[in-house]
Design a protein around this ligand. Structure first.
Ligand code: FES
Length: 167
């Protein structure tokens, strides 16, 4: 269910009540907001700016600077590519490019049908398995551009099943 701007404002007021009204609260408040919504809605960022008394453009700057923040709601199956040092060196960027081709979207976006979103994330803590991607809650170790299509198959099958059952 999509929340209205007023509902988001109400939720932010509740979340923000646990934080001091200063700049040091900015990132923790953004993190907490993202935990709640799965991403950072624009209205939420505006409310956060007012609460911690910074310009909205500063919140936007932080949100776009750090890979951990998402500006769009995640797809049904969020695809995340680790871009921590180990994964980056092991070919994470090639995985991003292969996923962009395969899903037909650029990183930071969501497919038109809402099924897949694609984002880069910081180290997810399994560096010995680099490069790593995750799809939904599943971890895919030692990925390469050649394994991307195969990794997506079960999700595409689920999507097809869902569509067939609606017909
Ligand atoms: S750098 Fe990718 S899991 Fe640590």
């Amino acid at each position: 269910m999509r929340l209205t701007a007023d509902q988001i404002r109400g939720a932010i007021a509740e979340i923000a009540a646990g934080f001091n009204r200063d700049r040091n609260s900015l990132i923790p408040l953004m993190q907490r907001t993202q935990e709640s919504f799965g991403y950072l809605p624009t209205v939420a960022m505006e409310e956060i700016a007012v609460y911690v008394e910074v310009a909205p453009v500063d919140v936007w700057g932080v949100a776009t600077f750090y890979d951990q923040f998402r500006l769009l709601p995640p797809g049904k199956y969020p695809v995340r590519v680790c871009m921590g040092t180990a994964c980056h060196l092991a070919g994470g960027k090639l995985c991003v490019q292969a996923l962009e081709r395969e899903l037909g979207i650029k990183v930071g976006n969501i497919t038109k049908d809402g099924n897949f979103s694609l984002e880069r994330v910081a180290c997810i803590g399994c560096c010995t398995l680099a490069p790593v991607i995750t799809i939904g809650d599943n971890i895919y170790p030692r990925m390469s551009p050649f394994k991307i299509e195969e990794a997506l198959i079960p999700y595409r099958q689920e999507i097809e099943k869902g569509q067939a059952s609606q017909e």
